[in-house]
Design a protein. Structure first.
Length: 147
């Protein structure tokens, strides 16, 4: 004889779909901040090609003259500032802030194979692209044929 199970107690059945419950739980995982931050860490991507490395930093709303790039003791240091909108008397007020404002600093240790004198950077469409070409004079891998 087959057994048929059915939950006929409506109080125990979920009244909403699982996706809706999960969305409600995850919606407010970020703290609701109504003041711009004082500092932030921009997201970075590091890519490698045969020519060298390329570093992409997400800097939306940051002006070119607000970014500093320095090489110190084997590290590439990128710093700058994204200014928050001015708080004028009739200016709109922040209700929720999820983007970063204020100062930022990111540092990356560079390998010896990067030609530091040939590094160049370009800021377009909110992405800082830093090209780190390999030094063709330094050899890090070489196969020697036995005769």
């Amino acid at each position: 004889m087959a057994t048929l199970l059915y939950n006929n107690r409506p109080a125990l059945r979920p009244s909403r779909a699982f996706n809706a419950v999960l969305s409600d739980m995850l919606r407010d995982t970020l703290p609701a901040v109504n003041q711009p931050s004082k500092s932030f860490a921009p997201a970075a991507d590091v890519l490698e090609s045969e020519a060298g490395f390329e570093l992409h930093l997400a800097l939306p709303g940051v002006a070119k003259d607000a970014v500093n790039i320095d090489f110190q003791e084997g590290q590439l240091v990128i710093s700058g500032e994204r200014k928050a909108p001015e708080a004028a008397e009739n200016a709109p007020k922040f209700h929720r802030t999820e983007t970063g404002y204020g100062s930022f600093t990111r540092s990356f240790r560079l390998p010896d194979t990067v030609d530091v004198t040939a590094i160049n950077a370009e800021l377009t469409d909110g992405i800082l692209r830093v090209q780190l070409p390999f030094d063709s004079k330094k050899v890090t891998k070489h196969h020697i044929e036995v005769r």
